[in-house]
Design a protein around this ligand. Structure first.
Ligand code: GDP
Length: 395
């Protein structure tokens, strides 16, 4: 009898343990994730996450759908590791990195100065000048404008010393590079909420690296930053972003499910930022330029879902400066899909075609706000027109 009772008790125990194991989420990460956000915000990780509203939105697609409900179990904000770097502030960065620009622009500014300093400036010389500018990706219309302006000035001023030539060219390039719109990044908290920055662009342009570098730079300036890994189609990009965040103590809100709804992750990141009183939430978005409609649906949804909780303050378009006309085509498509408020030109250290600054600003009517000048963590600088032009001219 005793044996039978023992066997029954053992059978019940085995069944109970087996059942529990079957119900547990695969891997322990799901469990760790659920709790992780607690040190920034009070709401996340508790399972009570506000729904992003219930009103429907038909913009762009014509199919009315309620915004997605973020699934707490999918979204994770792991705690920062104990050793955190202290990045330097952003001030004066472009000046410090200017040598890289000057190096990469060899030929462009020097060639223009050389041509302008010739004793006789005939039609061929002016044509050559236009060619130099076009080769540097300035764009045909601005190149013609620059040459025409310089021609007029030379005619009016007559003889020229080398200093005068230089000053003339500097003024002309500056006029082309300067914009009326402010280059300041809107990353300040407002109305008791964090600023929200969406970072968009095609894969390979340096988008994720830029989000990571920008997070570092903001932390260096004293801001609290939350990262949203909404490029959910590339697991590597999500991990890469988290590594950037971990290094400077910025929390990364992510989903471990590849292909999870990017809008959900973005919403969750913004909620996390609001509840944790962060200064800035940076959202890395998917850069699949499959079709314009697909892109529009994806980015449009991310933006609309965020706007259920707060405004999007800045939409930064990341462009690879080495891609010339192709980059400009990408810029055009993105500008049609979202209201781009600033351009980040990456890999300006690796190209002699800095003229793209002029071309892209003209194309989109939006200022270049940041430039990538290398692969190092602090090689992202606020763009400054004078520093840029002086670097081009080899000052
Ligand atoms: P994403 O696919 O757009 O997210 O691109 P990644 O952020 O993964 O970057 C693609 C590659 O470009 C990486 O090897 C980066 O190190 C490199 N990269 C990004 N920004 C710069 C830059 O300003 N200068 C240089 N030289 N390389 C860069």
């Amino acid at each position: 009898m005793g044996y039978i009772i023992l066997i029954v008790v053992l059978a019940v125990l085995i069944l109970a343990v087996g059942g529990t194991m079957l119900l547990r989420p695969r891997g322990t990460r799901g469990v760790r994730r659920g709790r992780a956000g607690g040190d920034l915000g009070s709401g996340t990780g508790t399972g009570t996450i506000e729904r992003p509203g219930t009103d429907t939105d038909t913009a762009g697609t014509g199919t009315a759908q309620a915004p997605p409900v973020p699934r707490p179990a999918d979204v994770t904000a792991p705690p920062a590791p104990p050793v955190v770097e202290k990045p330097p502030p952003s001030a004066g960065r472009m000046m410090r990195l200017r040598a890289r620009l000057a190096r990469s622009q060899t030929g462009f500014g020097a060639a223009l100065l050389g041509l302008l300093s010739r004793d006789r400036l005939d039609d061929d010389t002016w044509d050559e000048m236009e060619e130099v500018l076009i080769t540097a990706d300035v764009g045909v219309t601005p190149a013609r404008q620059i040459v025409s302006d310089l021609r007029t000035k030379v005619k009016v001023e007559g003889t020229r010393t080398s200093e005068e030539v230089r000053a003339m060219l500097r003024a002309e390039l500056l006029a082309q590079v300067e914009t009326e719109a402010s280059r300041a990044l809107r990353t300040q908290r407002h109305e008791g909420r964090p600023a929200v920055v969406l970072v968009v662009g095609v894969n390979g342009t340096g988008k994720t690296t830029t989000v990571g570098k920008l997070a570092r730079s903001l932390v260096g300036d004293g801001d609290t930053v939350v990262l949203g890994a909404a490029d959910t189609f590339r697991a590597a990009a999500v991990d890469q972003l988290q590594t950037w965040g971990d290094r400077v103590g910025a929390q990364t809100v992510r989903s471990d499910k590849e292909g999870a709804d990017p809008a959900s992750v973005a919403f969750e990141a913004v909620s996390h930022g609001i509840e944790g009183e962060a200064d800035v939430v940076l959202i890395d978005t998917a850069g699949r330029l499959h079709t314009k409609t697909g892109l529009m649906d994806e980015l449009g949804k991310v933006k609309r879902v965020i706007e259920k909780r707060t405004s999007v303050d800045e939409v930064l378009l990341v462009l690879d400066a080495t891609t010339g006309q192709n980059g400009l085509r990408q810029a055009r498509v993105f500008a049609e899909v979202v209201d781009v408020s600033g351009i980040v030109l990456t890999k300006l250290d690796g190209t002699a075609k800095g003229g793209i600054v002029i071309a892209v600003q003209r194309e989109l009517g939006v200022p270049v706000k940041l430039v990538g000048l290398g692969e190092g963590p602090d090689d992202l600088a606020p763009f400054d027109a004078e520093t840029f032009v002086d670097a081009i001219l080899g000052d």
